[in-house]
Design a protein around this ligand. Structure first.
Ligand code: MG
Length: 243
């Protein structure tokens, strides 16, 4: 069907807007540095002994940050998606000691956003130590970019894939150690981003990073995912205790 010329002219801006509105599609303006950056990571199934925290079906392991209310984020094709304003969510279970946390995520394509305003979320280990989630594709990574231990350490390399593409974090965490109420060992993290080592047993000198849960750092804490107002998606989250 051919639309009359004037009608086409009127509709065009709306068609362009609608095309831009899908945050899960890159447009012609997006330039990838290499083809691999446009390829999803392969999902890693939970190994034996892992605690499955999210398998795409429901939020039964999760609760809102207040510890009471049910999660109002969306479920989409085996993933969870942040619904802006619904707030941070955290696991009902809490963890301490040493463990391996696996998280898969993808950030939306928000070409009009900048800096901390593109695909911002975060994975807080024990609710206190944030591994930043952000669209930092192609940037020189700083202490607040994707893969950073927020405000503490920049990733050794920028291992980001393009926005809209599935990525992974593998976080080996060691909780801080205390003796007679005094901290004798800081928390430590080794992080792989899409399989690339970005933090190697990095000590974390603080007891809480920005917007974390805080609380007594000697006590166990949950895994918390941040609502920073962007529709970031997560899937296949599991945690395996380490000795
Ligand atoms: Mg964040």
């Amino acid at each position: 069907m051919r639309l009359p010329f004037t009608l086409s002219v009127l509709l065009l801006p709306w068609m362009v807007l609608a095309a831009q509105a899908d945050p899960w599609k890159l447009d012609a303006a997006f330039q990838a540095a290499k083809p691999d950056d446009l390829k999803d990571i392969e999902s890693v199934p939970p190994p034996a002994g892992a605690i499955v925290l999210f398998d795409g079906k429901d939020f039964r392991h999760w609760v809102k940050k207040n510890g009471q209310n049910e999660v109002k984020w969306a479920l989409k094709d085996g993933a969870m998606e942040i619904v802006k304003g619904q707030g941070n969510i955290m696991t009902k279970e809490t963890f301490t000691g040493r463990f391996h946390l696996h998280v898969e995520f993808r950030v939306p394509y928000e070409p009009n956003g900048q800096g901390q305003g593109r695909g911002n979320s975060g994975v807080y280990v024990q609710g206190r130590y944030e591994v930043q989630v952000l669209d930092s594709y192609g940037l020189q990574s700083g202490k607040n970019d994707c893969g950073a231990i927020y405000g503490v350490a920049a990733p050794k390399v920028n291992a980001c894939k393009a926005p809209t593409v599935w990525q992974s974090y593998d976080i080996e965490f060691t909780a801080p150690k205390f003796e007679n109420g005094k901290k004798i060992e800081p928390a430590r993290m080794t992080v792989r981003h899409n399989g690339v080592l970005i933090h190697d047993n990095v000590p974390i000198p603080v007891d809480n990073t920005t917007a974390g849960l805080g609380g007594d750092p000697a006590t166990p804490g949950p895994i918390l995912l941040q609502d920073h107002g962007h529709p970031v998606q997560y899937r296949n989250i599991w945690l395996r205790p380490l000795n």
